[in-house]
Design a protein around this ligand. Structure first.
Ligand code: PLP
Length: 394
C-alpha cells in the first residue's frame, strides 16, 4: 500500500511539474452569467449554459414539485422498479423534439455513449470514428467488438477511404460516429457530406450532439436540423443547454432504442434518473421548443462578442457556434491571459496541450443567452486590457 501511494503521489507531482494540474475554483452562487467566486462577483464565459437555463426558476420549480409529489430517488434501475410515467414522457418528448422513433435516457451522455456501441455492433461489424470525437465516444467504441477505423477530423476524403477499407475488409454493418460540434474549436461536423458518404457505402450514422441540442438549427433541434441532414442515431445531454444538470440519452430508430433497453450495460446496471431531474428535463424541453427568443439572444451575443474581440485584434477561429476560441498559441500565454482575466473579474479557462495540439493554446469562451450587452462590453474591456498587458495586443 505505501509503495502504491508513493507511486500515485509521484504521478501527481509529475502532472503538477508539467503545468497540467487542474485546480477547481469554488463557485458560491447559482450557475449563471454572474457568479460569486470567494468574495468576488465574476462574469462567467466558460459554462455550457448556452440558453441560460441553469438557474431558471421554472426548472427549479418543476424539480421541487416533483420531489414533493414523487419523492427523491428511485432506488432501482429502470427495468426492476425504477420507471415512472414521467421517465417515458421525457423519452417520448426527446424523440418528438429530435424527430426519431423513440429515445432512452441514461445518467449522463457519457453513459449513453458508453452504452451505445457494444450492443449494436459485433466483431463482424465496423465503426468509423472522427479523430477528434469526445472521450465518451472513444471509450464506448473501445467497449465494443467491432473493427475500428479512424478518420482525420472532418476530412471527408479520409472518411471515404476508411469506408472503402471497412467494406473491403468485409464488414457486415458499418457505423460512422461523430460529434455534431467539435468543442475545442466550435466547428460543426460536415453532416451533409457524411450523410451522402454513408448512403454511398450503406453505413449507419451516429452523431453526439451535446454542444448543439437546444440551440443549433430550427427550434434548436441540433446539427442535423441545422445542416438539413438525416442522421440515424443521436446522443445528447441534459447537462448543457437543456438545463445544465445531468442526464443523457440516445434517440433513434425503435429497434435501436429497444435493444439498448435490453442490452445497454450503463442502462441495465445503473440507477434510473430521479424524478426531479426528469421533471426539470421535461420543463427544459418545453422552454427550449418555444425558445426562439433565447436562441436569437444567444446568437446575437455570439456575433457581438466575435466582432468585439476581432476589432480588439485577437485571432479567433472562424465559425458561427457560440464557442469562440481566442487563439494564443503558447501554453504559457494562455495561462497568463486566463490569470489576468481572473484578476479582472472574468472567469475563463485556458486550454493547452494535450487537450488541444501543441502551439494552439487558447482561451475558449462560450456565449450564452443570459449575458447582457453591458456584460459583454465589460468582458471586452477586460480582454483588451489583459491582451495588452501580456503583449498579445499592441
Ligand atoms: C459534454 C459532452 C458529453 C458528456 O455529457 P454528460 O451528460 O455530461 O456526461 C459527451 N459528449 C460530448 C460531445 C460532450 O460535449
Amino acid at each position: 500500500m505505501s509503495e502504491f501511494l508513493t507511486h500515485l503521489t509521484q504521478t501527481l507531482a509529475e502532472i503538477d511539474a508539467a503545468g497540467l494540474m487542474k485546480r477547481e475554483r469554488l463557485i458560491g452562487s447559482p450557475q449563471g452569467a454572474h457568479i460569486r467566486v470567494g468574495e468576488r462577483e465574476m462574469l462567467n464565459l466558460c459554462a455550457n449554459n448556452y440558453l441560460g437555463l441553469a438557474d431558471d426558476p421554472r426548472l427549479a420549480a418543476a424539480a421541487k414539485a416533483a420531489i414533493d409529489a414523487e419523492g427523491w430517488g428511485m432506488a432501482s434501475v429502470r427495468f426492476i422498479c425504477g420507471t415512472k410515467p414521467a421517465h417515458r414522457d421525457l423519452e417520448q418528448a426527446l424523440a418528438r423534439f429530435l424527430g426519431t422513433d423513440d429515445a432512452i435516457t441514461f445518467a449522463a451522455c457519457f453513459d449513453a455513449n458508453g452504452a451505445l456501441f457494444e450492443p449494436l455492433l459485433g466483431p463482424e461489424d465496423a465503426v468509423i470514428s472522427d479523430a477528434l470525437n469526445h472521450a465518451s465516444i472513444i471509450d464506448g467504441i473501445r467497449l465494443c467488438k467491432a473493427k475500428r477505423y479512424r478518420y482525420a477530423n472532418s476530412d471527408m476524403d479520409d472518411l471515404e477511404r476508411q469506408l472503402k477499407q471497412a467494406r473491403a475488409d468485409g464488414a457486415r454493418h458499418v457505423m460512422v460516429a461523430t460529434d455534431g460540434v467539435f468543442s475545442m474549436d466550435g466547428y460543426l461536423a460536415k453532416l451533409k457530406e457524411i450523410e451522402a458518404l454513408a448512403a454511398k457505402y450503406d453505413a449507419v450514422t451516429m452523431v453526439d450532439d451535446c454542444h448543439a441540442t437546444g440551440f443549433m438549427g430550427p427550434q434548436g433541434r441540433g446539427t442535423p436540423a441545422h445542416a438539413g441532414a438525416k442522421i440515424d442515431i443521436l446522443t445528447g445531454t441534459l447537462g448543457k443547454a437543456l438545463g445544465g444538470a445531468l442526464g443523457g440519452y440516445v434517440a433513434g430508430p425503435q429497434p435501436v432504442v429497444d435493444l439498448l433497453r435490453q442490452r445497454g450495460r450503463p442502462y441495465l446496471f445503473s440507477n434510473a434518473l430521479p424524478p426531479a431531474v426528469v421533471a426539470a428535463g421535461l420543463e427544459a424541453l418545453r422552454i427550449v421548443e418555444a425558445g426562439d427568443d433565447l436562441r436569437a439572444q444567444l446568437f446575437d451575443n455570439a456575433g457581438y462578442w466575435r466582432e468585439g474581440l476581432e476589432s480588439l485584434g485577437f485571432r479567433l477561429l472562424p465559425g458561427e457556434h457560440p464557442i469562440v476560441p481566442v487563439m494564443l498559441g503558447d501554453a504559457r500565454l494562455a495561462q497568463e491571459m486566463a490569470a489576468r482575466l481572473d484578476d479582472l473579474g472574468v472567469y475563463v479557462a485556458g486550454f493547452f496541450f494535450p487537450v488541444v495540439p501543441k502551439g494552439q493554446a487558447r482561451i475558449r469562451t462560450q456565449m450564452n443567452a443570459a449575458l447582457t450587452r453591458a456584460d459583454l462590453d465589460r468582458a471586452l474591456e477586460a480582454f483588451g486590457q489583459a491582451g495588452r498587458e501580456i503583449g498579445v495586443l499592441t
